[in-house]
Design a protein around this ligand. Structure first.
Ligand code: GLN
Length: 482
């Protein structure tokens, strides 16, 4: 491994740009060159050099908060004029006529888009193996998965290609790949960031997030993308906190609830020990650790895997071969056009979710599955609300293990779903959470997950920053000897 350099982070690169040590075009060139060096990661599905150089020259005179910083979008953010695939064959050839709000805001802040990142098809997955482009790989060990579904975004940041990337988190897709790739991943409160133009998977759970090396960098990016949007009715009008200004808040007296269920069955003891080591560092900095129990947490996987597919089955009805992307030809009639376009365009996991989701919403099973899962969702949210009456944040390992080998779980969907055991409850409750790099296990990264009450991003990021000021688990890149 090698140390994180100044130009590898948003804060470092901003300082270097400001001091004239480097120019925006040179940074864009560096990112594109590194992307080419790391082509074996299969993490970038579209490269946009012309757009990047145009944005870089515009950034030279810009006062935007992220002017000149290269980044990639997970390929579910619509980018006007640049193909957006969701890593699905069904969106073959789709070039959006408009920008997602997140894309528009990052453009406005002067950030420089260098390309679109690989992902699980329609963000369904925990390993980035469900991609029409083939799997992305983990830069710490290319025989292993980077996690999913924002695997390409995580791999590109972890490898030092770009200082930050966007992601989306429906059940862990920002935090889980961040943990498995050794970077920081922020999933904001539901409604903190607009979903407009972010291709929908499960609308009541989806939230745009940030992948970067540090909590400080996540604060810079969140500041640029958060806030009300008239084009997303579920986006909160609540004023946006000063995330960067709050970074120095420290953790003295902060009460962190250590959640027993996050350390339960199926969690690799070494990964649990890493999370405890990171928590001990926060304790040494003045935080107070308190044991907490959230009894309904074991119900989160079954509830999530009813609700997310239900919403997906509805959202994905729009891909009919008529309006976007792939169309089966020739066909005898309209029914065959729908059926064959969808059969040819969607991958196996997406079809599995559509089938399961349609089933749980069907007249005979709605009460038994969908309505029941909704009730469980409420119980889980209530459990969190109760816990936050006595603690400021909740904590546990982000994932049950380190990055697994490619193919290790692809034949067993339930084993794959279990990779989300510590992340999905947060989405069911709509809360913000961050995954912070914790000590490596067997040469592979692990993550500490911190969860906050709704709109608690500033405190989450300040706590991450306090940890990262005292430890260096976040400050390494893979490769380069040693
Ligand atoms: N792994 C979970 C799923 O497949 C979560 C994915 C996500 O957060 N987009 O649904």
């Amino acid at each position: 491994m090698r140390p994180l350099g100044r130009l590898d982070t948003v804060a470092g690169a901003l300082a270097a740009l400001r001091q004239g040590e480097v120019g925006a075009s040179a940074l864009a060139e560096r990112a594109l060159a590194r992307a080419a060096e790391h082509a074996a990661l299969n993490a970038l599905v579209t490269s946009s050099p012309e757009r990047a150089f145009a944005a870089a020259s515009a950034a030279a005179g810009s006062t935007g908060a992220l002017a000149g910083i290269p980044f990639v979008h997970k390929d579910l953010f619509c980018t006007a004029g640049l193909r957006t695939t969701c890593a699905s064959k069904i969106l073959d050839g789709f070039v959006p006529p408009y920008d997602a709000t997140v894309a528009e805001r990052l453009d406005r802040a002067g950030a420089v888009l260098v390309g679109k990142a690989n992902m699980d098809e329609f963000a369904m997955g925990s390993s980035n193996e469900n991609s029409a482009f083939g799997p992305a790989r983990n830069p710490w060990d290319v025989a292993r998965v980077p996690g999913g579904s924002s695997g390409g975004s995580a791999a590109l940041v972890a490898a030092g290609v770009v200082p930050f990337a966007t992601g989306s988190d429906t059940g862990g897709s920002v935090r889980q790949p961040a943990a498995l790739c050794g970077i920081t991943g922020l999933k904001p409160t539901y409604g903190r960031v607009s979903r407009h133009g972010m291709i929908a998977y499960a609308s009541s759970l989806d939230q745009a997030g940030v992948l970067a090396h540090t909590a400080e960098d996540c604060a810079h990016v969140l500041a640029a993308i958060a806030g009300a949007d008239p084009r997303d009715a579920t986006c909160s009008a609540r004023p946006v906190d000063d995330y960067v200004g709050a970074l120095g808040a420290g953790v003295a007296g902060l009460r962190i609830g250590v959640v027993a269920q996050f350390f339960g069955d199926g969690i690799d003891p070494a990964v649990a020990a890493s999370a405890r080591e990171a928590l001990a560092a926060l304790e040494a900095a003045g935080a107070v650790l308190v044991d907490v129990s959230l009894p309904t947490l074991p119900l989160s996987i079954p509830a999530y895997y009813v609700l997310a597919p239900a919403e997906a089955s509805s959202n994905l009805a729009r891909y009919d071969g008529v309006r976007y992307g792939h169309r089966a030809e020739p066909v005898a009639d309209l029914a065959e056009l729908y059926a064959r376009s969808r059969a040819e365009g969607f991958g196996t996991e997406v079809k599995r979710r559509i089938l399961a989701g349609t089933y749980v919403l069907s007249a005979g099973y709605y009460d038994a599955y969908y309505r029941r899962a909704q009730r469980v969702r409420r119980l889980i949210a209530d459990d969190f609300a109760r816990a936050f009456e006595s603690v400021d944040l909740l904590a546990g390992p982000t994932t049950p293990g380190t990055a697994f080998r490619l193919g290790e779980k692809t034949d067993d969907p339930l084993a794959m779903y279990a990779a989300d055991v510590n992340t999905v409850a947060v989405n069911l409750a709509g809360l913000p959470a961050v995954s912070l790099p914790a000590p490596h296990v067997g040469g592979l990264p692990t993550g500490l997950q911190l969860i906050g009450p709704a709109f608690g991003e500033a405190r989450l990021l300040a706590t991450g920053h306090a940890l990262q000021q005292r430890t260096d688990w976040h400050a390494v890149l893979p490769g380069g000897g040693a």
